[in-house]
Design a protein around this ligand. Structure first.
Ligand SMILES: [Zn+2]
Length: 256
């Protein structure tokens, strides 16, 4: 009888590299040790399974790759590594990048234009990020923005085959989620249309999937504001992503 053992893939991150990435990433620093260890193993999984491709002259060292991978894994702390399915490449531009768009209108006329983007997630393709914006998120982590979280929220949303603002969830929870997000989204769109002063980025009114992705950024970067503005959405996200690393008491928030 022949015994053999399949070579196990290396899923460790060099401790020094992890510590450098951790120092550069406030979200990792703010996690408790248990979730930090979980994030580290998810990060190793991403680095093993996917290619990170810097383009347009950008060069990334090992710690910067770990930093990017860790930010992409933040939304998966509760969901787990299954959330990484469905894509294989992370493309990183030095700065905002241009994407060509086209649309054929009702009269059959083709319109083409350029969009400047800081992140993009194709439904079954790569995740694309602007490195300058990732760095700016890390420099000001409590302002409601985290482009890596935004794009990965789209990827998780698309896992069930429908990019609609509802990720794959157990059936009962999915029903509650769809109902609560729809009513919060409708109320948000009404407030934007009425010109009300709203503190959440109005880009969330673009579509239910953008609403989910933008609220996910607030969960990680300004949870107290999200909770004050939309407590039901905040509660779903807290259950889905786990407590925000920046969860502050209301007193802390008022002192900001
Ligand atoms: Zn988006």
């Amino acid at each position: 009888m022949k015994f053999f053992r399949r070579l196990r893939p290396a899923l460790d991150i060099d401790p020094h590299t992890w510590s450098t990435a951790r120092c550069a990433t406030p979200w990792i620093q703010a996690l408790d040790p248990v979730r930090q260890a979980r994030l580290q193993s998810l990060t190793a999984r991403l680095l093993h399974d996917k290619t990170i491709t810097p383009v347009a002259g950008l060069v990334l060292d090992d710690a910067q790759r770990v930093q990017l991978a860790a930010l992409c894994c933040l939304p998966l702390l509760e969901f787990g590594a299954e959330g990484l399915h469905g894509w294989s490449q992370l493309i990183v531009y030095p700065d905002a990048f241009r994407a060509q768009r086209s649309h054929i209108d009702a009269a059959g006329v083709m319109h083409e234009w350029d969009d400047a983007l800081i992140g993009e997630a194709w439904e079954s393709g790569p995740v694309i990020l602007s490195w300058a914006d990732v760095l700016s998120d890390c420099a000001s982590p409590r302002e409601g923005f985290c482009v890596a979280v935004h794009e990965i929220a789209h990827k998780i949303d698309a896992l069930d085959g429908a990019l609609d603002g509802t990720p794959p969830l157990p059936r009962d929870w999915q029903r509650e989620w769809a109902r609560d997000f729809q009513s919060a989204y409708d109320a948000f769109c009404r407030a934007v249309d009425a010109g009300d002063v709203i503190k959440i980025d109005s880009y969330a009114a673009e579509s239910p999937e953008e609403f989910f992705a933008v609220c996910s950024e607030y969960h990680f970067s300004l949870p107290a504001l999200l909770d004050a503005a939309m407590p039901t959405v905040a509660a779903h996200l807290q259950r889905f992503y786990g407590p925000s690393p920046f969860l502050l008491s209301n007193e802390d928030y008022l002192r900001l």
